[in-house]
Write a protein that binds this ligand. Structure first.
Ligand SMILES: Cc1cc2nc3c(=O)[nH]c(=O)nc-3n(C[C@H](O)[C@H](O)[C@H](O)COP(=O)(O)OP(=O)(O)OC[C@H]3O[C@@H](n4cnc5c(N)ncnc54)[C@H](O)[C@@H]3O)c2cc1C
Length: 436
C-alpha cells in the first residue's frame, strides 16, 4: 500500500479483513498514519483544544492488527511488470497486489516567491503543530483561494483573532461548488468577524526577503506575515503515471468499480483516482476523506480476494464557514448552469426547530430537478444547524430517483427542539410544484 491517508488506512484494514494471514505493508512519507487532518483547522481556530485529540489510533494498534506501517518512508518508483516498489533507502520490495493511495497535492500557485518561508500548506499534522506556534505571532494572514479548506482556514484564523484576508480569482466564496446566494450569509458573517475578502483578484507573487511579508495581487499589495495556500486539490499521480497507470480527464487514475487500475493486480483509491458522478456520469476527483476511506475499503477487499463494488457518487457535502453551515448534494444551480444541465428549481426559507423554541435558526433549501420528470438532481442549503443530515438524505434521494412530488409530501419529524412542523425540504419542493 503506497499511502497512509484515509484511503491507505481503509485499504490496509480491509485487505487484512479479507486475507487475515496476508502480509500488509503501508508506506507513508509522513510521521503518522492514523490521524484526522480534517480537525486541523479547528485546532488552529481554538475550537478543539489540542492536536492530540485528532489521533485516531496508536501505532501499536496497527502492529497488533498485523499492519506493518513504514513511516517517513518514500516510495520512489513502481515497477508494475516486475511487481516491485523501489523504497527510498531500502531497495526493491516485491508485492502480489499493489494499492496506490497517494492522495492529493495543492495546485501550485505558480507565482514568484513560492519558495519563501511563511507559506503554509495544511496537511501533515506534525507540521500543523509547528505552524500552530507560529500562528501565535501572526498579526495578518492571507488565505489563497476560497476552496473548502480555504473557508475553514479563513474562519479558523478569524476566530483566533488574526487579521484575515482571503483572495480568490473567482467571484465569490466556494464558487466552484456553492451558489452565490448560499455563500452570501457566510460572507456577511465573515465581514462581521472582520475578514477582508478580495474576489476577482489574482495572486501575482509572494513578496519578501527569505520570508513572506506581503502578497502582490492584481488589486495591489497586501501586507501579511503568513499565507495559507488553499488552492484546489490535484491528484498526486506522478508515481503511478510514470509506471504506466492510466489517468482520466480529471487527471485522476482510471479505476473500475472494484478500484482496479489499468494494470492487473494494481488498485488505486482516494484523492488520486477519479470516479463517476451518479447524475450525468461525469468523472469527479478529489472528493473527501469519507470517500477516500470508503474507496480504500473497496480496494482492500478486492485486493484481498473478496468482492465489493464502489457505487457512483452523489457527493453530499457540508461545512461550517463563518457563522453558518452550508451544504448540498450533486448539482447546485451554478454547476448545473455551467454544465448546461436543464433543470427547474424550488427554493424555500424554513426553520430548523419549532418557531417558538429557543435557538431556532433560518434554513434555506434549494432543490434542482429534471424539467419533466421532476426527478431530483441536486440541492444546496444554508443554515445554522441540521445541514449534514439533510445533505446525506438528499444525496440518497438523488441516488434513488426521488422526485419533487415525493419530497413535497414527505413525512418529517416534528419535535420542537430539533424539527419544525414544516420541513424546509418539503417547502422547497412544494414551491417548485406551485411554480411549474
Ligand atoms: C486540512 C484538511 C482538512 C480536511 N477536512 C476534511 C473534512 O472536513 N472532511 C472530509 O471528508 N475530508 C477532509 N479532508 C480530507 C481530504 O480532503 C482528502 O479527501 C483525504 O485526505 C484524501 O485521503 P487520501 O488517503 O486519498 O490522500 P492523502 O490524505 O493525501 O494521503 C496520501 C498519503 O500518501 C502518502 N504518499 C504519497 N506519495 C507517497 C510516496 N511516493 N511514498 C510514500 N508515501 C506517499 C502520503 O504520505 C500520505 O500518507 C481534509 C484534509 C485536510 C488536509
Amino acid at each position: 500500500m503506497v499511502g497512509g491517508g484515509a484511503a491507505g488506512i481503509g485499504a490496509a484494514g480491509a485487505y487484512k479483513g479479507a486475507q487475515p494471514d496476508g502480509e500488509v505493508i503501508v508506506f507513508t512519507e509522513f510521521e503518522d498514519a492514523a490521524y484526522s487532518p480534517c480537525g486541523i483547522p479547528y485546532v488552529h481556530g481554538k475550537e478543539i483544544p489540542s492536536f492530540e485529540a485528532l489521533f485516531l489510533a496508536t501505532k501499536e494498534a496497527y502492529v497488533e492488527q498485523g499492519i506493518d506501517i513504514r513511516y517517513e518512508t518514500r516510495v520512489d518508483a513502481l515497477d508494475l511488470k516486475a511487481g516491485t516498489v523501489a523504497v527510498e533507502g531500502h531497495g526493491d520490495i516485491g508485492y502480489d497486489r499493489l494499492i496506490v493511495g497517494t492522495g492529493f497535492d495543492y495546485a501550485d500557485p505558480g507565482v514568484p516567491g513560492s519558495d519563501l518561508e511563511g507559506l503554509y500548506y495544511v496537511k501533515n499534522i506534525r507540521r500543523a503543530m509547528e505552524w500552530d506556534k507560529v500562528l501565535d505571532e501572526v498579526k495578518a494572514a492571507v488565505v489563497v483561494e476560497a476552496t473548502p479548506l480555504g473557508l475553514e482556514m479563513v474562519t479558523a484564523l478569524a476566530h483566533r483573532g488574526i487579521e484575515t484576508h482571503v483572495i480568490d480569482h473567482r467571484p465569490w466564496a466556494l464558487s466552484d461548488m456553492a451558489d452565490p446566494d448560499i455563500a452570501q450569509p457566510v460572507e456577511d458573517s465573515w465581514a462581521e468577524m472582520g475578514v477582508k475578502m478580495h474576489y476577482g483578484v489574482t495572486l501575482e507573487a509572494f513578496l519578501g526577503d527569505g520570508k513572506v511579508r506581503a502578497v502582490q495581487t492584481s488589486a495591489g499589495e497586501l501586507p501579511v506575515d503568513l499565507a495559507v495556500v488553499c488552492t484546489e486539490k490535484v491528484p498526486n499521480t506522478a508515481l503511478g503515471t510514470t509506471a504506466g497507470l492510466a489517468t482520466g480527464p480529471t487527471g485522476g487514475f482510471l479505476v473500475d468499480n472494484r478500484m482496479r487500475t489499468s494494470i492487473e493486480g494494481v488498485f488505486a483509491c482516494g484523492d488520486c483516482v477519479e470516479v463517476p458522478l451518479g447524475v450525468g456520469d461525469l468523472p469527479v476527483q478529489g472528493l473527501s476523506g469519507s470517500h477516500a476511506y470508503a474507496q480504500g475499503k473497496v480496494a482492500g477487499i478486492n485486493a484481498g480476494g473478496g468482492r465489493r463494488e464502489y457505487q457512483p457518487v452523489y457527493v453530499p457535502w457540508g461545512m461550517v464557514a463563518g457563522l453558518w453551515m452550508i451544504g448540498g448534494a450533486a448539482y447546485g444551480e451554478t454547476t448545473a448552469k455551467a454544465l448546461g444541465i436543464p433543470h427547474v428549481m424550488g427554493v424555500a426559507q424554513g426553520i430548523s426547530r419549532a418557531r417558538y423554541f429557543p435557538g431556532v435558526k433560518m434554513l434555506k433549501v434549494k432543490l434542482l430537478a429534471e424539467p419533466r420528470s421532476l426527478r431530483l438532481i441536486g440541492a444546496q442549503m444554508v443554515g445554522q444547524e441540521g445541514i449534514k443530515e439533510r445533505a446525506d438524505f438528499l444525496a440518497m434521494a438523488v441516488k434513488t430517483g426521488i422526485t419533487i412530488e415525493d419530497l413535497a409530501y414527505m413525512e418529517n419529524v416534528y419535535s420542537p427542539p430539533i424539527g419544525a412542523l414544516n420541513e424546509p425540504i418539503a417547502l422547497a419542493a412544494q414551491n417548485l410544484l406551485a411554480n411549474s
